[in-house]
Design a protein. Structure first.
Lengths: 667, 520
């Protein structure tokens, strides 16, 4: 780097400094100063990130690696502190710092007069630090540092309102569920160390790379195992089946946290991990298939729940799970760049949706139940217009951002050699549901008549006392980020037009066609031989299908929630058990509790502790204990408080031992 | 003259002895002091700080002295002590025992501070015992003569049993006697093994014995090496404590005063794991390898079982005690994985556990000083009245559950990685520990600090004061430093662990290769 002032390490280091300053001294600072420190830290981080991005793109080299010394060394195994900047981490870095900065601005107003203002921003900056470590690390172990670190930040922020048991529980649940995933990640790391002796991206993947150097017929098994174990980690962090249960509960955190961590950045880490490990996954078709299947199932499953929820943040939470499923689907058909593209556009519109939802909640005094909203369009027009933009974007209606990325995923699901018509079909049905539940949310919130009991000041989830009377628009400091994100939701998709985004990621995504077995190549060759024109027409037909389903979802939502608002309740009643099942999220939480948690606690208490430990093991020591009780009488007499007697005992003991030794030695 | 004074190398042969015996000397001085509690406390503080400063000489100049002498031990001193039997005052440290000495000298000043107010009866006796205990513990880590080692080993028992028995809580006598007898009886087996070795070889000298055994100059008849191995093993396994020999530990911890718990968990358990590394691996490498499968099985049971039992404890001190069973299981697992990463990690984990569990007991002691109970039910919502304390507790919790960039992660990761290399299943089973530890610690944290106050008196608890902060902050800082810059500690450990693994390693490997060839 020519300019020594703008080292890449500054990108994560600045938020860390912000965290340290606010964390150590913030208690004595005014709210303005706390916010200023946090904003300057993230803002400067964003600026340096932009500069780094420009330098890298202009340099023409595919990547930049910087080492900052050794972290762990044991025998021949070493792990560095280092930064690895290529086109993939560059996109992640810009999304994290950019969206992160906008959300910091919003939060500065949103968290106004909340207790623990400095604590909030110190945690938020801590999150930024770990997230940037995650995406900029030059090796998997350092990625793991960020990986667990964002889990910690998430734990702290979900539990920010720790006086509420539900918040404290949600934080703990998130951390422990993530640890289940981390367990998989750790085993993947051990396997990698054992097989390759290294966890550095550079030595694993490039020139020629230890992974590439392995003959395919010897490595598929081990790479499949590594891939599947990484997937376990990714499922934890990105809330995929079966580890998604923590994310809806995570909505207990303040809304800016939901936007930043549980929508735009942290939860996409799993997608980043799969994309980063593409040389492994592309050589392990079974692992890849598992990614696609889990992603497809999750996207469908979460969307069905999203259609029934009444809490505005919960709808968005299930929507996030569902959209992450899309990204996994894309990665699973080896269309990594499509997954990352959707990751980026999703970061724009989902962050916007959450921030707008926060603005709504803020404006009506902490209420989150959509049944108590309605008609808010005229009270908070800016919030409405920006949220409507995001809704159109996520529904996949052209030409907004979501259309481009979702369409790319569906096309890849259909056409990729790893794809399948089934993935595509489920994806299209999910797209319909997505459009439906999002417009349902928009209509229930902003259209019709205001149904809230405005006079009652709710001290609900985001306890905003004193805002209760009539719904009101939020301050400009909150609306500004909404407007910027709305612009990104409109225009952000154009970078993907003409496969520009895909080509940008080309240096990162390795082509492994040559390595595939002859049979697979033959199978894959079939669609390749299609005429380009025919392919183009298929692509256009598919595109039309996804637009039609999106509009159909919009239409249905309009019919049910604007035209005939009495119908949804009747439909729900008619569906009976099925509706109850979906409304209660398939009772997955209850199932986990009954099958995993309760038995674990019961066995630990009644079997392991009270029976094995106390009765069997310690009971066997009982004979000793009985003797001990007799001896204790003797010992008690010795507690005379005179040091002479203790010293005497010590000396006597030692003397006895020596005497015994002498006797043994001379015998 | 002045050059000689300034020349730190003058100190080299004496620094270990000084470090070991300054506390005992201090104890003697305190015994002569008048019975004024304030003076006694300050004197104990001065002595323990002086010892800490002296011990810092060890790592500061380790690199200069490590290559001398036998090539393995630094700051060595070997003088005859008793001629018949042939007992030498032979001391020295390698990269492993050096850090354990420093861990001991580091923890004692905090124990003094922690006992400042909570010990108010027989203050003089308490600090005398504490300092005598320090001498004995350091002695264990520096002895290179088996008799000397055994002497210090047993010498730790008496002051610790008295600290528990006199200064502990309700069932202190029961706990003290259980502790004393349990570990004493186990040590008898080690004594028998030591004597047997002496009768066979005519020496108590560890280095000499090791050479004789390795070179074949001393051939052990029949199954003798197995019995010797087991003799040492039982003594150490009880001390660790390895499942199922652990039930003395929760009782001892719950009843012990804070300083007792800190030293018990922080240092005395490491005497067991240190013994395994130094003697079981050092003297009987082949037996160690042969017996590794069942030892590791016990360690794995300990890791999971200890964690699950910790999970459901209603008493916080018992919870932490059972978590120690789990953490120490990691140390034994790493030790018997016979991999560089595993052994490095095991030793690092000994230090980490000393810091993080030591700090946890200090934290619990502060709570006890305020409320006189360890029942988790009695707490809840403490983050509101005690924010600083809650933050420090959280940081130590994170260290204990092995969050990356904290010390616990480095050790845990290396142990697991090594175990996985030795046997994939070992690594996989042990790695479930990352889930369990998060579960029991975060649940403890939630029940203690989050939510609203349920017991009214808790609303008025005072936050950590300056004395308490000055105890906890250095611990937290050290936990962070050891997590971010582990190389400083790891370098000497790595070198010495490599030496231990090298002993007989290639030969055994060759035997194995030949066996395999025969089988084929």
């Amino acid at each position: 780097m020519t300019n020594s002032l703008f080292q890449p390490w500054l990108v994560p280091a600045l938020p860390l400094a912000g965290m340290a300053i606010n964390g150590l001294f913030g208690k004595r600072f005014s709210e303005k100063l706390v916010a200023a420190i946090a904003l300057i830290a993230t803002g400067c981080s964003f600026l340096v990130a932009c500069l780094q991005a420009l330098l890298l793109v202009n340099s023409g080299s595919p990547m930049l690696e910087q080492h900052y010394g050794t972290w762990i060394q044991a025998g021949k195994f070493t792990v560095d502190f280092g930064i690895y900047l290529d086109h993939l981490s560059l996109i992640m870095m810009l999304v994290v710092t950019g969206v992160g900065f906008l959300i910091h601005i919003y939060a500065a107003a949103y968290m106004h007069h909340e207790g623990g203002y400095y604590r909030f921003f110190s945690y938020l900056n801590l999150f930024m630090f770990f997230m940037l470590v995650l995406v900029l690390a030059n090796n998997y172990l350092l990625m793991f540092v960020g990986w667990e670190g964002v889990g910690l930040a998430s734990y702290l922020l979900i539990g920010f309102y720790f006086l509420k048991d539900s918040a404290a529980n949600a934080g703990k649940k998130a951390f422990i569920t993530n640890r289940v995933g981390d367990f998989g990640f750790l085993i993947a790391l051990f396997m990698m160390i054992q097989t390759f002796g290294s966890v550095h991206y550079g030595s694993l993947y490039f020139n020629p790379g230890l992974v590439n150097a392995l003959p395919l017929e010897h490595s598929t098994g081990i790479l499949t195992m590594i891939g599947l174990l990484m997937l376990v980690g990714a499922c934890g962090k990105s809330a995929q089946i079966p580890l998604f249960v923590w994310l809806p509960d995570a909505m207990e955190g303040p809304t800016p946290v939901s936007a930043l961590i549980h929508a735009a950045t942290m939860v996409t880490a799993g997608v980043y991990m799969v994309a980063r490990s593409n040389p492994i996954f592309s050589r392990a078709p079974i692992a890849l298939l598992a990614v696609a299947v889990i992603g497809t199932l999750t996207s469908f499953f979460a969307a069905t729940i999203g259609m029934t929820q009444m809490d505005i943040k919960r709808v968005l939470a299930y929507s996030t799970v569902s959209q992450l499923g899309y990204m996994f689907m894309a990665a699973g058909v080896a269309a990594y760049s499509a997954g990352v593209f959707h990751l980026m556009t999703h970061a724009f519109f989902k962050a916007l949706l959450f921030l707008a939802a926060g603005s709504v909640i803020h404006g009506i005094g902490g209420e989150q139940d959509m049944r108590k909203m309605g008609g808010l369009r005229k009270y908070m027009p800016w919030t409405f217009y920006t949220m409507a933009t995001a809704t159109v974007a996520i529904a996949g209606i052209p030409p907004l951002a979501g259309f481009w990325s979702k369409d790319e995923i569906l096309w890849q699901a259909w056409s990729s050699p790893y794809g399948s018509k089934i993935f595509w079909a489920v994806g299209v049905i999910t797209a319909f549901m997505t459009s439906f539940y999002m417009f349902r949310l928009l209509f229930m919130t902003f259209f019709g008549e205001y149904r809230g009991e405005a006079a009652v000041a709710h001290a609900g989830h985001d306890a905003h006392g004193g805002h209760g009377h009539t719904p009101h628009e939020s301050p400009w400091m909150m609306l500004g980020p909404l407007v910027v994100l709305a612009a990104l939701s409109i225009f952000g998709g154009f970078v993907g037009a003409g496969h520009r985004f895909e080509h940008f990621l080309d240096p990162v995504i390795q082509k492994v066609e040559a390595h595939r077995s002859a049979l697979e190549v033959e199978a894959a060759a079939a669609p390749m031989t299609e005429e380009p024109a025919a392919e183009k027409s298929t692509e256009l037909a598919l595109m039309a299908t996804s637009v039609i389903v999106a509009l159909a979802g919009l239409g249905l939502a309009w019919f049910l929630y604007i035209k005939r608002p009495e119908l949804p309740a009747r439909i729900a009643a008619a569906l009976g058990g099925l509706y109850t099942l979906v409304y209660n999220k398939y009772w997955i939480d209850e199932l986990y509790k009954a099958v995993l948690i309760s038995p674990l606690l019961w066995i630990s208490t009644h079997v392991l502790w009270q029976s094995v430990d106390q009765k069997i093991i310690d009971g066997s020591v009982n004979d000793l204990a009985v003797t001990a009780r007799d001896v204790s009488g003797v010992v008690r007499q010795q507690q005379s408080g005179l040091i002479r007697s203790y010293a005497g005992w010590i000396a006597a003991g030692a003397a006895l031992v020596v005497a015994y030794m002498v006797w043994m030695g001379t015998r | 003259m002045i050059e000689t004074l300034l020349d730190h190398t003058v100190l080299n042969p004496w620094v270990l002895s000084l470090t070991a015996f300054v506390p005992a000397g201090g104890a003697l001085l305190i015994a002569l002091l008048a019975r004024r509690d304030r003076d006694v406390r300050w004197a104990a503080m001065a002595v323990s700080v002086l010892t800490l400063l002296l011990s810092l000489h060890l790592p500061a100049h380790y690199a200069e002295v490590a290559p001398t002498n036998s090539g393995v031990y630094a700051y060595e001193l070997n003088v005859p002590w008793i001629t018949s039997p042939n007992i030498h005052y032979h001391i020295g440290v390698d990269g492993i025992s050096m850090w354990l000495v420093v861990l001991t000298t580091f923890l004692v000043p905090f124990c003094v501070l922690a006992s400042w107010k909570s010990i108010h009866d027989r203050v003089k006796e308490f600090f005398i015992l504490l300092l005598l205990l320090e001498t004995a513990m350091i002695g264990v880590f520096i002895s290179l003569d088996l008799f000397l080692f055994y002497f210090f080993w047993e010498a730790t028992l008496i002051p610790m049993a008295l600290i528990i028995g006199i200064f502990g809580h309700e069932r202190r006598v029961y706990a003290a006697v259980k502790f004393f007898l349990y570990t004493m009886i186990a040590s008898v087996f080690m004594l028998a093994a030591i004597i047997w070795l002496y009768v066979q070889s005519g020496t108590f000298d560890f280095v000499e014995l090791q050479q004789k055994l390795a070179s074949g100059a001393l051939v052990l008849p029949g199954s003798a090496s197995l019995w010797l191995f087991l003799g040492f093993f039982v003594a150490f396994a009880v001390k660790v404590p390895l499942f199922p020999l652990h039930t003395w530990l929760p009782d001892a911890h719950v009843e012990a005063p804070t300083a007792g718990s800190v030293l018990l968990a922080g240092v005395m358990l490491k005497m067991g794991t240190y013994g395994l590394v130094r003697f079981n691996l050092g003297l009987f490498p082949e037996e160690a390898r042969r017996n590794a499968p069942w030892i590791v099985t016990l360690a794995l049971i300990g890791i999971i079982y200890g964690a699950l039992v910790a999970l459901v404890q209603p008493n916080m001190k018992k919870l932490v005690a059972y978590s120690s069973v789990s953490h120490l299981g990691f140390v034994v697992l790493g030790t018997f994985s016979f991999t560089q990463a595993g052994l490095d990690g095991a030793v690092y984990q000994m230090l980490n556990h000393g810091i993080s569990t030591g700090a946890l007991f200090l934290l619990l002691g502060m709570l006890y000083d305020r409320r006189h109970t360890y029942e988790i039910k009695q707490y809840g919502g403490l983050a509101t009245p005690m924010p600083v304390y809650a933050t420090l507790f959280l940081l130590i919790t994170l260290s204990s559950i092995g969050l990356p960039l904290m010390n616990g992660f480095v050790g845990e990761f290396l142990v697991l990685s090594g175990a996985f290399q030795a046997h994939a299943l070992w690594g996989i089973l042990a790695a479930t520990g990352v889930i369990w530890s998060a579960f029991y610690m975060l649940w403890l944290y939630q029940r203690t600090f989050y939510g609203t106050i349920t017991v009214p008196v808790n609303a008025t608890l005072r936050d950590a004061d300056m004395r308490e902060r000055s105890v906890l902050v250095p611990m937290v800082v050290l936990a962070l430093l050891m997590g971010v810059f582990p190389a400083f500690w790891m370098k000497p450990i790595d070198a010495s662990a490599g030496m231990i693994l090298k002993a007989h390693g290639p030969q055994v490997a060759m035997v194995q290769v030949m066996k395999d060839m025969v089988h084929k």
